[in-house]
Design a protein around this ligand. Structure first.
Ligand SMILES: [Zn+2]
Length: 348
């Protein structure tokens, strides 16, 4: 039988070595290896050396299994409880989630597309340059990290990590890099894409018709060195409120303002997309589809129509099709049904 992601895996494939910078950055980040994640990995490895139970992983999340899992759970729970500071507790939680995913998936998942090696879709993806005056940030919950059906990862696969950067929630090094970039770009240049949080969020059209970029002439649309930053919150619905809260707190600390500047996708962009794709495979709420929606709407701003944003939006939609196909093929190969519910779950 072919190797299966659902079968248990021993920890031999890579647990003997620490996570190197090359390996860490191979998963989609430009940051140095984060200290908290390294500490948790060292702790798990030390526990494995002292334990009689083998370190095994299984399933698509690369979760620990068996007796060793119980031992590890117990140990980490006691560490967690011993931390008094809520910020440190949160950072520890994130680091542990990420450390376990890294250990459980190394050697098994493709580092680029986060699919099992046998399902790797990298060769089918078409890369594209994103307009240099915008930048996406994928603010990702640790539970979404290395998830096969995560769609945020597609953005840096297509546009590269300089144009679409990963920022893991609760990982200090990542968050510092992101906020430092925001400070550098300036307050009016950072927009959070997060539906249903703001009573009257701006639309992309508002940004250019009545918002901060109203007076800009086409020759000035190049924002120079400072890109317009769009932050996409990449987590399940239940995790996203904590992520939103954390962003809001840091925004208030940075700029002394209570409200995050949010933008929402308008129905105008949706109708354009609908015309091109009468049967969209993905919900617009999924992260990559939201990015495509923003690009479509930017493209509809007359002054921005010369930057090829429609082609960039299409590149994202094509990548979504490739991912959906890879996930469907995997299920078919494993003899599982492709129900509507499964498809829908892919959109979260
Ligand atoms: Zn791949």
């Amino acid at each position: 039988m072919a190797s299966s992601a659902d079968a248990e895996r021993g920890g031999e494939e890579g647990d003997g070595a620490a996570i190197s910078v090359v390996e860490w950055q191979g998963w989609g980040t430009s940051s140095p290896v984060t200290a908290t994640v390294m500490e948790v990995i060292e702790d798990i490895k030390a526990l494995a050396r002292d334990s009689d139970a083998p370190m095994t992983f299984g399933g698509l999340g690369g979760k620990l299994k068996g007796t060793f899992k119980d031992q590890e759970d117990k140990k980490h729970r006691s560490v967690y409880e011993s931390i008094c500071d809520s910020e440190n507790k949160m950072q520890f939680f994130s680091a542990r989630q990420i450390a376990c995913r890294l250990l459980g998936n190394r050697g098994h998942l493709c580092g680029k597309c986060w699919l099992a090696m046998e399902d790797c879709m990298c060769s089918r993806l078409v890369k594209c340059s994103l307009w240099c005056s915008i930048k996406f940030w994928l603010y990702m919950h640790p539970k979404d990290f290395l998830r096969q059906n995560n769609t945020g990862k597609l953005l840096w696969q297509i546009f590269g990590i300089q144009s679409a950067a990963l920022c893991l929630f609760g990982i200090r090094e990542h968050e510092d890099i992101m906020w430092s970039a925001f400070r550098d770009s300036g307050k009016g240049m950072v927009w959070f894409v997060y539906p249903n949080q703001n009573s009257s969020p701006m639309s992309v059209e508002d940004l250019f018709s009545s918002g901060p970029f109203t007076g800009l002439e086409s020759q000035k649309m190049d924002f120079g060195e400072k890109p317009l930053n769009f932050v996409l919150i990449d987590g399940t619905w239940s995790n996203s409120s904590a992520m939103h809260r954390r962003l809001k707190e840091r925004w208030a600390l940075t700029w002394g303002e209570e409200h995050l500047p949010c933008i929402s996708l308008s129905t105008l962009g949706a109708s354009v997309m609908h015309k091109l794709r009468p049967q969209p495979s993905w919900d617009r709420a999924c992260t990559a589809a939201a990015a495509a929606g923003i690009l479509w709407e930017l493209h509809l701003v007359p002054r921005l129509s010369i930057y090829g944003l429609d082609k960039q939006a299409e590149a994202v939609e094509n990548a979504l099709d490739v991912l959906l196909d890879a996930l469907v093929q995997r299920r078919l190969r494993k003899g599982r049904s492709i129900t509507r519910k499964e498809r829908h779950n892919n959109c979260i």
